[in-house]
Design a protein around this ligand. Structure first.
Ligand code: ADP
Ligand code: XUL
Length: 614
């Protein structure tokens, strides 16, 4: 029997394929989770497959909003029936798929407000579900999904107006991406002007769920708001120019006169609502519909919801310069940093709970599948079982030093760096100071080369985000400086994605590295990666199956604690105080960080020679 005693908190995870809600207690302990899979329950009714409707021809991918509403009722009903004492829930927050947007009609505000009424005479009918109560609330019945690819034209426009991909990243934290909200809004404003006109308010998926729980439209949360290509992270305000572009009234691109342009961008600002700086404060209490129907207390506080990647970092006590390496099908690296060093190759968002901090996110396409390809060929050569990692591990464990062989393995086109599908193997001729291309070497060589190449790519891109300001004039730094100067004399200036590295960016080391995801089970891979990344406070493996939902519940718990104290509590300390550290498995690594400066030199040269699709 689960012990639901004491204050409870809920963490939502509204992802592409399911809604999950987890219950935690005041000690951050995960008590129970409930979920609904969209395909299973709503596949037929809403015509979704893997949670979405897709149009192969246009690249359009959307999710029905009413399905999400039904799913909230569905999961709350499950929780009620399971006897979760919902009256003891003190706070709710959560994580939602990023970039998606929900389009409210004018009726939305009144229909939402009806959820605040009680069920007395002429009040709310509790027999009806959310989808029925909000049946006229949307000017668009679907929400563009993050997998959508239909905004190619908008993508080019967004980058062009600000001077290119790098400039857009400097302004908003990311270059333009199909899925980013601003592009999706522009597409709708231009292709369906009547829908855009009828749209009274626009929410992100995160602020949409919070709005439903509140019974009123709430502001977009700042960290998730950085996923729109509209928010100027330097000034903490919308970019006027990008707003006018999203509204389809840009002077240059749309030929609008200054007046129309200004009115149009003001109108979109109103639809979106202002974005308020990251806060611990509650957005308000849960509305009556949920109190009467499911037994919540009138005092249950709703704390702003955020994006799923942002919620993931909230599930661990991550401090400045800590890194989370997620080794799933693709590789995603998340980092907490105080440095805003944007790049077209990765994303930067405001941190959802730590003011003056950012979350960096690097998403690689070629992760596990590329390693699997090497493993398969290796197993064929040694007549090993197809799926076994044993031989791969044996070779990796024997790799004790960098031997100036490096590979870049992109069986699929890559995002970071932007490159076509290809494999590149090189050695380095020290005398001629030149790369030597190698067409093929023994598959055994590929084993260490792929892990080294993938890790060095992360290290090169993390460097600027990790680099400290200030002076470093100790003896240790002087030695590193000499080493790096030697490396530069050998390889020339080292640069990544067109930006020159400095001694500081090359010598920066992460504090702690956490490994998660499928391939993190492989101790040889993670210890090799750890030894190259060179963390100062160790490496840990962690298995958090509900990390997004957990991050949401922790955010609610932390917000509630701050509210009680009436002041900011350091998020990482708050989580650290109750976190069950036995969930972390320490990974022993041999520190080979210094040996890999030459690797960074080689990678810098090799990446310059990669073929692109253009
Ligand atoms: P997803 O990104 O789809 O959530 P997972 O986090 O489950 O995926 O990771 C799946 C990947 O993990 C697989 O592609 C597989 O190559 C890799 N993986 C699983 N176990 C191991 C292992 N022992 N060694 C190396 N890779 C592994
Ligand atoms: C991040 C992104 C995805 C979705 C998945 O930029 O688009 O991770 O948030 O839900």
């Amino acid at each position: 029997m689960v012990n639901f005693e004491g204050d409870l908190f809920l963490g939502f995870d509204l992802s592409t394929q399911q809604l999950k809600i987890i219950v935690t207690n005041e000690h951050l302990k995960h008590l129970k989770s409930f979920h609904v899979e969209f395909d299973k329950v709503y596949g037929k009714k809403y015509g979704v497959k893997s949670g979405v409707r897709s149009n192969q021809e246009t690249g359009e991918i959307v999710s029905p909003v009413a399905m999400w509403l039904e799913s909230i009722d569905y999961v709350f009903q499950q929780m009620k029936e399971a006897g979760v004492p919902l009256e003891n829930v003190r706070g709710i927050s959560g994580s939602c798929q990023q970039h998606g947007s929900v389009y409210w009609s004018e009726k939305g505000t009144t229909e939402l407000a009806s959820l605040k009424k009680d069920s007395g005479d002429g009040g709310i009918d509790l027999e009806k579900g959310l989808a029925e109560h909000l049946s006229s609330s949307f000017s668009l019945e679907t929400s563009p999904n993050w997998q959508d690819h239909s905004t190619g034209k908008e993508l080019a426009t967004f980058e062009r107006v600000v001077g290119g991909a790098e400039d857009l990243a400097s302004l908003t934290g990311s270059r333009a991406h199909y899925r980013f909200t601003g592009l999706q809004i522009r597409k709708i404003a231009r292709a369906q002007p009547e829908v855009y006109k009828k749209t009274d308010r626009i929410s992100l998926v995160s602020s949409f769920v919070a709005s439903v729980l509140l019974g009123e439209i709430t502001n977009i949360e700042e960290a998730d708001g950085c996923g729109m290509n509209l928010y100027d992270i330097n000034t903490n305000s919308y970019s006027e120019e990008l707003l006018s572009l999203a509204a389809g009234v840009h002077q240059g691109e749309d030929g609008s006169d200054p007046n129309t342009s200004k009115t149009g961008s003001d109108e979109l600002r109103r639809k979106l609502g202002e974005i308020e700086p990251v806060t611990y404060k509650s957005s308000g209490a849960i509305c009556n519909y949920f109190v009467e129907k499911y037994g919540f207390s009138h005092t249950t506080e709703i704390f702003s919801f955020t994006g799923d990647n942002l919620a993931t970092i909230l599930s661990l006590p991550l401090n400045q310069n800590d890194i989370l390496v997620s080794l799933g099908t693709s590789t995603t690296v998340l980092l907490v940093t105080k440095n805003f060093v944007p790049s077209s190759q990765y994303h930067m968002f405001k941190h959802p709970t730590m003011p003056d901090h950012y979350m960096g996110m690097i998403c690689y396409c070629n992760g596990s599948l590329a390693r699997e390809k090497v493993r398969n060929e290796l197993n064929e050569k040694y007549k090993q079982p197809k799926e076994s990692w044993e031989k791969f591990e044996e070779i990796l464990n024997a790799n004790t030093q960098f031997d100036h062989k490096l590979g870049i393995y992109f069986p699929l086109g890559e995002i970071v760096p932007n490159a076509a599908a290809q494999v590149k193997r090189s050695t380095f001729d020290e005398e001629k100071k030149k790369l030597v291309d190698v067409d093929k070497w023994e598959i055994d060589e590929d084993v260490s080369c792929i892990v080294e190449g993938q890790t060095l790519s992360c290290r090169a891109r993390l460097g600027p985000m990790l680099a400290s300001e200030g002076k470093d004039d100790g003896e240790e730094f002087a030695n590193i400086k000499r080493t790096i100067e030697d490396v530069i004399s050998k390889f020339g200036e080292i640069s990544t994605d067109g930006k020159k590295h400095t001694i500081k960016t090359l010598s920066a080391r992460p504090q702690k590295v956490y490994f998660v995801g499928g391939a993190s089970k492989n101790t040889s891979i993670v210890s090799q990666m750890g030894s190259i990344l060179g963390s100062q406070r160790g490496n840990a493996r962690v298995d958090i199956p509900n990390s997004c939902a957990l991050g949401g519940a922790f955010k609610a718990s932390w917000g509630y604690a701050c509210e009680k104290k009436g002041k900011w509590l350091d998020y990482d300390k708050y989580i650290g105080d109750s976190f069950d550290f036995s969930e972390l498995e320490d990974i022993k690594v041999e520190d080979k960080w210094e040996n890999y400066f030459d690797g960074l030199g080689m990678l810098s040269l090799m990446e310059k020679e990669l073929k692109t699709d253009e």
